[in-house]
Design a protein around this ligand. Structure first.
Ligand SMILES: *Cc1c(COP(=O)(O)O)cnc(C)c1O
Length: 434
């Protein structure tokens, strides 16, 4: 350590300090396996500090957990960050405002479904779900129905790692089983089937009707359940939820943190069903993967209800709310996305994934192969051996992060056809060896 801070260390030195001091996601301390050290990233490639299995660079199949839709080190996003850095990287949002935040909020209102008009900016997806839930509970308190404070969701979902979001994650098989006795008890229905089934639609309607007096909101991930199991369902269920929520006076929240910004083939997954929620959460790809930022949008009904209440304010205000750097990059990322034929790119990647992943369907131990938008999933019939699967992908020059029984990808939209094919070879190898 030349200067006492870790700067100037080689990869082995960094890993030694990492093991001693740094906690990684969903991991023990110290970690069981050594992470790869990344030196830089550009386009769809992550450059390693030291070659792994003969590769200095890996093609990224993960978009850094759904976020880096334009790839890394993009000149337009770099310029947006630099330009904003020279003006100010942050000012508080209480009593002050600034152009990037106002532009972003206005832009989000323009591109999301019609009744969503008001935007609460926050720092991460989990916090945006906390805010969405607080909005819904407070709405019912404000309009004189304080008993409506539970949430209904379907199994197989994932909404984040902070307390309220954990309470609506799948209670089994997920990452939050440990807390089942300590979390608020929400109402769960079975996981949504892939195809439309009238009996399941009836189950949804009945559950909402039965619990309506206690329900503040229904919260779901529309069309794709991400970290809860990478499952896809018929968009018609969203219409069923909308109708039942309207019939029984329950708010509807769509968590589009993973599905937003084109990933499923429409700009927002709600568009597959032409259904609008009362509250919507956005995050992940919002800044093109540059900075942590999320947003909770709500309809005027919700905002007006809260503002007429006994406590007429939403008591939430993160220190870095509306961060100028993050909002400036988000504006640039949205302009970049909408300024190109992104539907065509998502479709092209989907076609590449469908062709490239088909052979995995023939492998022993593979239960299902599915593709939607620019998302590809190979589901195994056993828990994946993460170390073996990751190493197999790295040998193909591909970065993947499988979980549970799933080897899955959602590449940046700028991934060329040859790199999509390479990613598919990585998935095949991971599914075979994991
Ligand atoms: C990732 C994710 C979250 C949590 O977002 P963080 O930024 O990780 O807090 C919530 N909901 C969904 C659907 C997600 O995919």
């Amino acid at each position: 350590m030349r200067d006492g801070t870790g700067a100037g260390l080689d990869a082995a030195g960094l890993i030694a300090l990492d093991r001693a001091h740094v906690w990684h996601p969903y991991g023990p301390m110290p970690g069981r396996t050594d992470p790869l050290v990344v030196e830089s990233a550009s386009g769809v490639r992550v450059r390693l500090a030291e070659p792994a299995h003969g590769h200095d660079e890996l093609v990224d199949g993960m978009s850094s957990w759904w976020s880096a839709v334009h790839g890394y080190n993009h000149p337009v996003l770099n310029e947006a960050a630099r330009g904003q850095l020279d003006r100010m990287s942050h000012v508080m949002f209480g009593g002050l405002t600034h152009e990037p935040a106002v532009r972003l909020a206005t832009r989000l209102v323009e591109i999301t479904p019609e009744p969503l008009r008001h935007v609460f900016l926050c720092d991460s997806g989990s916090v945006s779900v906390e805010v969405a839930i607080k909005m819904c509970l407070q709405y019912w308190r404000s309009v004189g129905r304080p008993a409506k404070q539970r949430l209904l969701t379907w199994r197989g979902g994932y909404h984040g790692d902070t307390w309220q979001p954990m309470s609506v994650c799948d209670p089994e098989g997920g990452m939050h089983e440990l807390w089942s006795g300590a979390l608020p008890r929400q109402v769960f229905v079975g996981p949504p089937p892939a195809e439309y089934e009238e009996s399941y639609a009836r189950e949804l309607r009945e559950a909402i009707g039965r619990h309506a007096d206690q329900l503040a909101a229904v919260i779901v991930e529309p069309v794709v359940q991400g970290a809860g199991g990478m499952r896809f369902h018929d968009p018609e269920y969203l219409r069923v939820l909308r109708e039942a929520c309207d019939a029984h006076d329950v708010l509807l929240v769509f968590d589009e943190i993973a599905t937003g910004f084109g990933r499923t083939g429409t700009l927002f997954a709600a568009e597959h069903a032409r259904v609008a929620p009362d509250v919507m959460c956005l995050g992940k790809a919002l800044t093109g993967g540059y900075l942590s930022l999320a947003a909770t949008l709500c309809a005027s009904r919700v905002a007006d209800g809260i503002s007429r209440g006994e406590v007429p304010v939403l008591a939430h205000g993160p220190t870095f709310m509306g961060n100028p750097l993050a909002t400036a990059v988000a504006c640039a990322s949205i302009d970049l996305l909408l300024g190109q034929d992104w539907q065509q790119e998502v479709k092209r990647i989907g076609t590449g994934l469908r062709d490239g992943l088909a052979p995995a369907g023939e492998l022993p131990g593979v239960r299902d192969v599915r593709v939607l938008g620019a998302i590809g999933v190979v589901q195994l019939d056993h828990p994946v051996d993460m170390a073996a699967a990751t190493a197999a992908a790295v040998r193909e020059g591909v970065w993947l992060r499988p979980f549970r029984d799933l080897v899955y990808v959602m590449p940046p939209y700028v991934t060329g056809d040859e790199d999509v094919a390479r990613i598919c070879r990585g998935v095949f190898a991971a599914a075979r060896e994991g």
